[in-house]
Design a protein around this ligand. Structure first.
Ligand code: MGD
Ligand code: MGD
Ligand code: MO
Length: 771
């Protein structure tokens, strides 16, 4: 933090480690602001403690915060600061009843910030939009559901309806949802994964035969090196910090690639370590911190591979650094990859990555010394034009030394929403495989459509062009999460029908179409009582563990329905001749799980296996060195050149990345602080390198304008923001998501996966007075 910044309101240096007492203070604050304390303690105690030890019955709920797994699901203290925020935000005492809507028109609510909208609390009643009065009015569940069914039936073409899923939905809800949409007749399944880890879902099957991570928590006990690329676990996967803390204390090197210095990756005080807490000490996390340029990871990865090849060439026989036996037995395409990597010049690698050759050689040497390496990665790798290929370069690096199918090694994508992986596993995909479709037909007796449907970008394009007429959202805040609010907001308003199943009010609900409904649902913390008794749902974490989650709190309102019940209700109303006995499934979710098992054999004995504490692991063939690719081998896959994104020729152009603050969950803004980045009480900041500021004659604290510098498209500007000096790679700048989304065109994305390139937007930055 530059001294100059000290005088800027809300910008104060934060010199403490991440975690520690600051995290406990913030947890307490979240609890007291949202809940009354005694109940909060019990609720938090049940977080990620889904099993009672004796009865082996589900006992608590899975944390809705992130998808990082837990060691046993039985220990007593498994929540973290941001998990606590996610839980208390849902279990808040604040309510948004019909009187709230009566008092505020939709036009007025649209002037509120996202923070204010969600901050009002939990939705309590189903609501329908009255266009004449411009307000949402309470509506009977049966009336709402019948009306939605009627409108869906009236549409001529099922492919004009989009079925969006946000990744908090349980396996049971997501499965019923996909069966409903497919019986209705479409494969239009935009989902949050399309903005997130689609590069993983598309890239890894081509490389190693499955689109998921291959490590388990135990592997972190055996690894000898971690390379952490493009993720910020102190904020987004805080329970991972406990794992990294243990690994670092074991003396294992952790090499970080991140343009920003993120405090938790520098040093961390584990709130569960009494000595560190009592002595105000901390543990360094990264052994090496490489501030790669935004969009420079492909170059860095090729640099490491190039150095490895050079080391291998120079090695004496028998002392090679590549695992040639593994490569020969298990892979294809090595020669082509080696030729591609050798062809990249060190000069270009240095220029693109922003890292010196020696630093990359040192990484290669550390990698060559390690017998078991894990590469972890997040949005810093996936949200680029070549995000899919980035992921494949990571797989290449791991394959070179046989780092799959042995203890302590593998690939570890940090997934987003707590059940985004599970939703995909149970069939939320716009490109369904033949196997799944055949089994759906066998199980339910209808013929599901085969034509590929829309992903998130394609869905929003169809909505914006008027081709799609209806949008059902199982959670989320689609219009705000997507790029290009200019286009998305207008598109949403042209819809014939918009249905939002959600817990809290957000901006997407307010972008009303001709008929708009908000249907309030139970959250994961709440009791879900159906005819067959209290119901548990199941979720899959980042490491393919499936386990049960049972809410215990009384529902926020007696009018809430569970997600499966809402979906079944709409399905029954839409499809009067349905082959599916929708309402039967709602009496007892065991029946939904039986149906999931019938469609997906990997879930064999589903209902029995979720009763085992910790749940069960879905098969991960690469952990047994089985490769479900067309060739039956793992594939080395080349990426042409070093550019992850279109190249800007003008040297004054900077590359902007968009990031989450410490006080937000995607579009949900819990508060206005981002304390590890020294920002307090504001979000209108752009993080810049001091030299980039100086070069433009901009002082820290100056108001600036950020302008997208892509081709000839419409002008895109982010104004009313200030520049702050930050420890960030030269040429790279960062601002917050979703504020920065107005700078990203809707079609600026990875062609292979459809993922928007939220992390690499060419921009020009000028002082506001000059702009
Ligand atoms: N508390 C909390 N938890 C969350 C979420 C949340 O919003 N809040 N969101 C959930 C979801 S849906 C997701 S997907 C995950 C997201 O988890 P992350 O992937 O950690 O999310 P981001 O904040 O997008 O940050 C990515 C990191 O990448 C870095 N970065 C940016 N551009 C580049 C680049 O070009 N190269 C490299 N190497 N690094 C780069 C940024 O500096 C930042 O540290 O977290 C999940 N968990
Ligand atoms: N610029 C930029 N844009 C990005 C990203 C980025 O890094 N940069 N990240 C992208 C990523 S990784 C993602 S995953 C998307 C996120 O996109 P989404 O998943 O669509 O967005 P969220 O903000 O997570 O959704 C919040 C809303 O979910 C609803 N909700 C919360 N809990 C529940 C529940 O239990 N059930 C139901 N039905 N509803 C619930 C509430 O109404 C809340 O308002 O954003 C993407 N957008
Ligand atoms: Mo995500």
């Amino acid at each position: 933090m530059a001294d100059k910044d000290k005088g800027i309101p809300g910008i104060h240096p934060y010199d403490s480690p991440a975690g520690g007492w600051g995290a406990l203070r913030a947890t307490a604050k979240a609890v007291f602001e949202q809940m009354n304390a005694p109940e909060a303690a019990i609720t938090l105690f049940r977080t990620n403690k889904p099993y009672a030890l004796r009865s082996k019955r589900p006992e608590g709920f899975d944390c809705p915060g992130c998808a990082w797994p837990d060691k046993q699901h039985t220990s007593t203290f498994q929540f973290c600061e941001n998990g606590a925020k996610a839980v208390t935000w849902e279990a808040t005492k604040k309510r948004v009843p019909p009187e709230f809507f009566a008092a505020h028109t939709v036009s007025e609510l649209l002037t509120w910030s996202d923070y204010q909208l969600e901050g009002e609390g939990r939705l309590t009643h189903p609501m329908a939009y009255n266009a004449e009065k411009d307000i949402y009015e309470a509506v009977d569940w049966d009336v709402a559901v019948a009306r939605i069914g009627e409108i869906l039936r009236s549409l001529a073409d099922p492919d004009t309806v989009e079925f969006y899923t946000s990744g908090r939905a349980s396996n049971e809800a997501a499965f019923l949802y996909q069966i409903f949409a497919r019986e209705y007749g479409t494969n239009n399944f935009p989902d949050c994964s399309n903005m997130c880890h689609e590069a993983t879902s598309v890239g890894l099957p081509q490389s190693i035969g499955i689109g998921k991570g291959t490590v388990s928590l135990d592997d972190f006990d055996h690894c000898e090196l971690i390379i952490a690329m493009g993720h910020n676990p102190g904020t987004n996967h805080p329970r991972m910090m406990g794992t990294l803390h243990e690994v670092a204390r074991r003396g294992v090197p952790i090499i970080v690639f991140n343009p920003l210095k993120e405090r938790a990756l520098e040093r961390f005080t584990d709130p569960q370590n009494p000595v560190e807490m009592a002595t105000f000490s901390s543990t360094p996390i990264a052994s090496t911190y490489l501030q790669v340029k935004v969009g420079g990871d492909a170059a860095a990865l090729k640099g490491i591979m190039k150095a490895l090849l050079e080391m291998d060439d120079a090695a004496a026989p028998g002392a090679e650094v590549l695992d040639h036996a593994f490569i020969a037995k298990h892979t294809r395409g090595f020669e082509a990859l080696a030729a591609d990597v050798r062809a990249a010049s060190w000069q270009d690698i240095e220029a693109k990555s922003g890292l010196p050759m020696q630093a990359l050689r040192d990484v290669a040497a550390a990698y060559a010394r390690s017998n078991a390496t894990i590469v972890t990665y997040g949005m810093g790798l996936t949200q680029h034009h070549h995000g899919t290929q980035n992921v494949q370069q990571v797989a290449n690096l791991l394959l070179m030394r046989g780092n799959f199918g042995k203890p302590g090694a593998g690939i570890c994508p940090l997934r987003g929403h707590s059940n985004v992986q599970g939703d995909r596993t149970v069939g939320i995909t716009e490109k369904p495989g033949a196997d799944m479709l055949r089994r759906i037909e066998q199980t339910f007796g209808f013929k599901p459509p085969t034509a590929h449907g829309h992903d998130a970008v394609a869905a929003m394009q169809a909505i914006s062009d008027g081709r799609s007429k209806a949008l059902i959202c199982l959670g989320g805040n689609l219009a705000v999460a997507m790029p290009d609010p200019q286009r998305c907001f207008a598109g949403m308003r042209s819809l014939e029908l918009a249905v939002h199943i959600g817990t809290k009010l957000n901006r997407s609900h307010l972008l009303t179409g001709r008929h708009s409904f908000i249907l309030p649902c139970l959250g994961r913390t709440e009791r879900d009582l159906q005819a067959g008794g209290p119901q548990a749902v199941t979720v899959e974490d980042s490491m393919s563990m499936v386990h049960a989650s049972l809410g215990k709190l009384p529902p926020a309102s007696p009018h809430l329905r569970s997600e499966p019940a809402i979906i079944a209700g709409i399905a029954a109303a839409t499809l009067p001749d349905s082959k599916v006995h929708w309402m039967k499934y709602i009496e007892d979710y065991d029946l939904i799980r039986d149906a999931i098992e019938a469609v997906f054999p990997d879930f064999a004995q589903y209902n029995e296996r979720i009763l085992v504490p910790g749940g069960f692991r879905l098969p991960l063939p690469p952990t047994e060195r089985i490769w479900n690719t067309p060739s039956g081998k793992a594939e080395f896959l080349c990426m042409k050149g070093l550019d992850e994104d279109p190249v800007a020729v003008d040297p004054t152009i900077l590359t902007l990345t968009t990031v989450r603050s410490h006080d937000q969950y995607n579009t949900t803004i819990y508060g206005l602080d981002d304390r590890y980045r020294s920002v307090f009480g504001r979000r209108d900041v752009v993080f810049m390198n001091a030299d980039d500021l100086a070069e433009r004659g901009i002082e820290p604290g100056d108001e600036i304008v950020v302008e997208t510098a892509i081709g000839q498209g419409p002008e895109r500007r982010l104004a009313n923001v200030i520049a702050v000096a930050h420890d960030i790679a030269r040429g790279s700048v960062a601002t917050y998501y979703p504020e920065g989304n107005c700078l990203v065109p809707l079609d600026y994305n990875d062609q292979a996966s459809g993922t928007p390139s939220y992390k690499s937007i060419p921009v020009r930055i000028v002082a506001a007075r000059a702009g």
